[in-house]
Design a protein around this ligand. Structure first.
Ligand code: ADP
Ligand code: MG
Length: 405
């Protein structure tokens, strides 16, 4: 498959060296972030100082209710500023200096996986709004000691912060879309590769308007729709291992080359979760390819018939995650089962599979025929997190509530 780099002209060596030299100057920023870490230390000191004073006053009976409330607000204020600092330190360093490589770290903050300078600006603006509202609240709590002048300006300034955060958030929409389109050229190797029949890399340079949107690129990875883990209502299933899914969402399984199997009745959100994990892995720069079990069967059978099954399996190695959706809706004969065995055995401890199925693994002999069935399920399950979902169909719930309305 041609890469974008292959069809764009290489810049001259001098230009490249100059550019690299300039780019290297970003390391000058690194000490600044460590300076901010020192500032963080100052805030920790300030926090405990305030806390100590509060405790002392309470113990000696000098604390009025208003005093306690103001002191607590002050503590909240300090914590919020410290949070803001951490966001600037980690987010700024990751965006402008160097990747920290927290991918898969159990404490990786949710927001860091999709942070860029736009997101960071909006995050900071909202953090500032949070801080300014605490300040305003402090003024109102202590209204008898606050002049009308400060109160008025406090409110006006707070409104100005809200307005600027709203404007930034609004602007970051189109800017993010624009940046993402630009990213296509620089991060091409990170985007999920498409099945050959769906490849869309233009043979020649096209205009911006012709370029596929992020949504279209996601579809090109084979995802049937954009489903996010964040949109999954974990209250809906009757039983479901919320923690397992939260853990999977940190993508450790991709680095560990483990598999994930979602099993449960129709409509309980198995495809939603598989796509949600896939999208998250895709956002983190992993290559992902989605297809239903039936589509995989067709694809592998095609390769086998053409005598290039081994090549096809090797080519699939470039995808860190393959999703096999809807196992169970079609029974597979011995030959097709052997193909699935090849796929699972080939990826065993090499790369991840996410599989969804309508029944527990110990009943997969009802779906897969022939001698390879047992070995296939055994390999799949060996390094797998099996998540069982039980409950009523979400589709039915929506239909019944619409009917009730
Ligand atoms: P399954 O693959 O288990 O048959 P799907 O993932 O296709 O089910 O879910 C059917 C529809 O219901 C999808 O649109 C999905 O987004 C939605 N859905 C299912 N469960 C949930 C849930 N718990 N929260 C939000 N949406 C859900
Ligand atoms: Mg499904």
């Amino acid at each position: 498959m041609p890469t974008v780099q292959a069809i764009t002209r290489d810049p001259s060596p001098t230009t490249t060296t100059l550019g690299y030299a300039l780019f290297a100057t970003r390391w000058l920023q690194a000490p600044l972030y460590f300076g901010l870490v020192a500032a963080q230390g100052v805030y920790v000191y300030k926090f405990f100082n305030e806390l100590w004073t509060l405790v002392l006053r309470c113990v000696t009976g000098q604390a009025t209710e208003t005093y306690v409330m103001l002191a607590v607000l002050k503590l909240v204020d300090v914590v919020m500023i410290a949070n803001l600092l951490i966001m600037v330190i980690v987010g700024g360093y990751e965006t402008f200096v160097s990747r920290i490589g927290l991918q898969g770290h159990r404490d990786q903050p949710e927001w860091l996986s999709h942070v860029n300078s736009n997101v960071l600006k909006v995050k900071l603006a909202t953090a500032i709004v949070g801080i300014s509202s605490v300040h305003l609240l402090q003024m109102f709590v202590d209204v008898h000691h606050t002049s009308r002048h400060s109160l008025l300006w406090g409110t006006v300034i707070h409104m100005a912060f809200i307005a600027s955060a709203a404007i930034l958030a609004y602007m970051s929409g189109p800017m993010a879309a624009h940046a993402e389109r630009g990213d296509r050229h620089t991060h091409r190797e990170h985007a999920p590769d498409e099945p050959a029949e769906k490849a869309f890399i233009p043979a020649q340079v096209t205009t911006r308007e012709d370029e596929p949107s992020a949504e279209e690129r996601l579809r090109a990875a084979g995802f049937p729709a954009r489903k996010l883990l964040e949109d999954f209502d974990s209250e809906h299933p009757r039983s479901f291992d919320r923690e397992a899914v939260a853990r999977l969402g940190k993508l450790d399984f991709v680095a560990a080359r483990r598999n994930v199997v979602f099993v449960g009745p129709p409509g309980t959100g198995k495809t939603h979760l598989a796509v949600g994990l896939g999208v998250r892995a895709w956002q983190a720069g992993h290559s992902v390819l989605f297809a239903t079990a039936e589509e995989w069967a067709g694809r592998l059978a095609g390769a086998r018939d053409a005598g290039r099954l081994a090549e096809e399996l090797a080519a699939l190695d470039e995808h860190a995650v393959l999703i096999v959706d809807e196992v169970g809706y079609t029974p597979f004969d011995a030959d097709t089962t052997a193909l699935f065995f090849q796929l699972v055995a080939h990826r065993y401890e090499r790369a991840s599979l996410i599989v969804t199925g309508d029944r527990p693994l110990d009943r997969w002999d009802e779906i897969f025929g022939g001698p390879a069935a047992l070995a296939m399920v055994d390999r799949l399950a060996h390094h797998a997190e099996v998540v069982r979902i039980d409950g009523d169909s979400y589709r039915m719930r929506r239909a019944t509530s619409a009917w009730a309305d």
